[in-house]
Design a protein around this ligand. Structure first.
Ligand code: AMP
Length: 209
């Protein structure tokens, strides 16, 4: 199974992707997670990425395409993959197309998680993640168990200002890839409004239905 998850920031891509990769037993390849790990490790790439990410701006295509190309060559990615947060521009989508075509590999679906902009800011500003397990919570909509609440972290780019920049980037740079995949008949639209379990049921429904 080879899948792409597309949607605005805060649409629930990370939360839903974690469930789908368990279900299909495929690796979860999140460019955002890989970049955050590079920032934390203080690598050269991490230092460059940090400046873009704090502002909510996209990194240059060649940087992100290089990371994904390397990741897709690893053994575990041969049985399938869920790409979360990539591609995010038409240039990235075309680069991915070239990589897959070279290996004679086809995508199964592009899941588009749809959530209106006005809900996004509320979702993102209350979002917290568990640095130990990667689990994602929301202070109001999906509260964490009391015993782990103290170790949760708030992403540096989950501020209202950065969210607005990320939403603008989504509409200007990422949304244009939807017609690209629609022309290939791959897009499955899923309503991302609702409890994580309800949305997960819808995602599985479009993939298995
Ligand atoms: P995410 O966790 O997917 O919301 O990504 C967090 C941030 O990482 C984004 O706001 C960008 O700064 C950067 N990023 C992640 N994926 C990409 C990508 N495919 N292209 C460019 N920048 C990216």
């Amino acid at each position: 199974m080879r899948l792409i998850f597309i949607g605005p920031p805060g649409a629930g891509k990370g939360t839903q992707a974690a469930r789908i990769v368990d279900h299909f037993n495929i690796p979860h390849v999140s460019t955002g997670d890989m970049l955050r790990a590079a920032v934390k490790a203080g690598t050269d790439m991490g230092k460059v990425a940090d400046g873009y990410m704090k502002k909510g701006a996209l990194l240059p295509d060649e940087v992100v395409v290089g990371i994904v190309r390397e990741r897709l060559q690893q053994d575990d990615a041969q049985r399938g993959v869920l790409l979360d947060g990539f591609p995010r521009t038409l240039g990235q989508a075309m680069a991915l197309d070239g990589m897959l075509a070279a290996e004679e590999i086809a995508l199964d679906a592009v899941v588009l998680l749809e959530v209106p902009d006005e809900l996004i800011v509320r979702r993102i500003v209350g979002r917290r993640s568990d640095p130990d397990t990667g689990a994602i919570y929301h202070l109001e909509f999906s509260p964490p168990p009391a015993e782990i609440a103290g170790r949760l972290v708030h992403r540096k780019d989950d501020t209202e200002e950065a969210v607005r920049t990320r939403l603008d980037a989504y509409h200007a740079q990422t949304a244009p890839i939807i017609p690209f995949y629609e022309a290939k008949g791959l897009v499955k639209r899923v309503d991302g409004v609702g409890k994580p379990d309800e949305v997960a049921g819808r995602v599985l429904g479009v993939l298995e239905g």
